[in-house]
Design a protein around this ligand. Structure first.
Ligand code: LMR
Length: 334
């Protein structure tokens, strides 16, 4: 795969250096792994539209959804090598690219709601995390929302004991690994594009995701029970290849920044609705039973997952966790 990515990268360089470079539009390949009709898919399309409008056609954004070009880990390699120029990976996927601090977002119950999330991403923690990308050849442009995660399996998941011994697909985050281990479950890292089939064939028993991701991948059709735990959050860091971005003429980059701000506002203002609609559709389908936890059942889940904070403090940094908690006002016992 690396070989393929490399040849795509050199083709992109050649295209930039060619004789027609001055007149041809700057092409931004934007690869992502979800469906077009999801919070990320819609925000990406909005950015494409606004980038074209504000740069008067000087920049063409090509959006490749559904892992069409690259799967989870590959897309980060592709960005760093310059085969694609823009991505919006889930914040839970930066560990393998060497920026493990982003995994702080994965701590169970660290974000009580979207207002808390916004406080963190627009505050010093959000800025500090983006700075860490520089050394890896990437620039962070924006934080995009998806929403809060729910759990699913073919078994009713009500108490922490229900998770014992079940295999759960996770994104490549050590915090998510610790989270499922705290419940006695067996976590398994897997690319997003492979989850539906893994659930269908029983390679894994369950998974966690947002309603919009579950619904657009038809996961609810192969999971008899879905529990509305809202124990964690999925959002995205929109990133670009730093060298590419810095090489764009300043006046064009200003227009792209403007397009990004507006696409971000657009996406973040409707992600909640996307998830509410997806949950309503899942319910209507009758294929999965939606389970709501009582306050007591909720506290039992929080209590079971609380040790994760200590388990991962060496990896994420105690200071960063404390700073995050101060801004978000969350935590397992809140
Ligand atoms: C997942 O891999 O479960 C999601 O983060 C995919 C995505 O980009 O929303």
């Amino acid at each position: 795969m690396r070989k393929l990515i490399l040849s795509a990268a050199s083709a992109a360089m050649l295209a930039l250096a060619g004789p027609a470079a001055a007149q041809s539009p700057i092409v931004i390949k934007f690869s992502h792994v979800v469906a077009p009709n999801t919070p990320k898919g819609l925000a990406a399309e909005k950015f494409k539209e606004l980038a074209d409008k504000y740069t008067e056609g000087k920049v063409k954004v090509e959006v490749y959804p559904n892992s069409q070009l690259y799967k989870d880990k590959e897309e980060l390699d592709a960005l760093q090598l310059g085969a694609v120029q823009m991505l919006a990976p889930s914040i839970s996927k930066f560990g393998p690219a060497g920026v493990k601090e982003f995994e702080v977002f994965d701590l169970p119950y660290i974000l009580p709601d979207i207002a808390a999330l916004r406080k963190v991403t627009t505050g010093p923690v959000g800025t500090k995390l983006f700075k860490l990308l520089d050394a890896k050849g990437m620039t962070g442009l924006a934080y995009w929302d998806n929403g809060f995660k729910i759990m699913s399996a073919n078994k009713k998941l009500v108490t922490p004991e229900d998770y014992k011994g079940l295999k759960f697909r996770i994104q490549s985050s050590k915090v998510l690994d610790a989270q499922f281990r705290s419940l006695g479950a067996i976590p398994q890292v897997m690319a997003f594009s492979e989850v539906y089939q893994a659930l269908q064939t029983g390679v894994v028993d369950g998974q966690e995701n947002t309603p919009s991701n579950m619904y657009t991948q038809k996961m609810h059709e192969v999971q008899k029970y879905t529990t509305l735990t809202n124990h964690g959050y999925i959002g995205y860091a929109v990133i670009v290849n730093k060298k590419f971005w810095d090489g764009i003429p300043a006046e064009i980059r200003t227009q792209l920044d403007k397009a990004m701000v507006e696409a971000t506002d657009f996406g973040n203002s409707q992600s909640q609705k996307e998830n509410d609609d997806a949950l309503a559709e899942m319910k209507k389908s009758g294929k999965t039973e939606l389970i709501t936890l009582t306050p007591e059942q909720n506290s039992a889940m929080r209590k079971a997952m609380a040790p994760v904070y200590d388990d991962v403090s060496g990896r994420i940094g105690k200071g960063l966790i404390e700073e995050f908690l101060k801004e978000s006002g969350g935590g397992p016992t809140k």
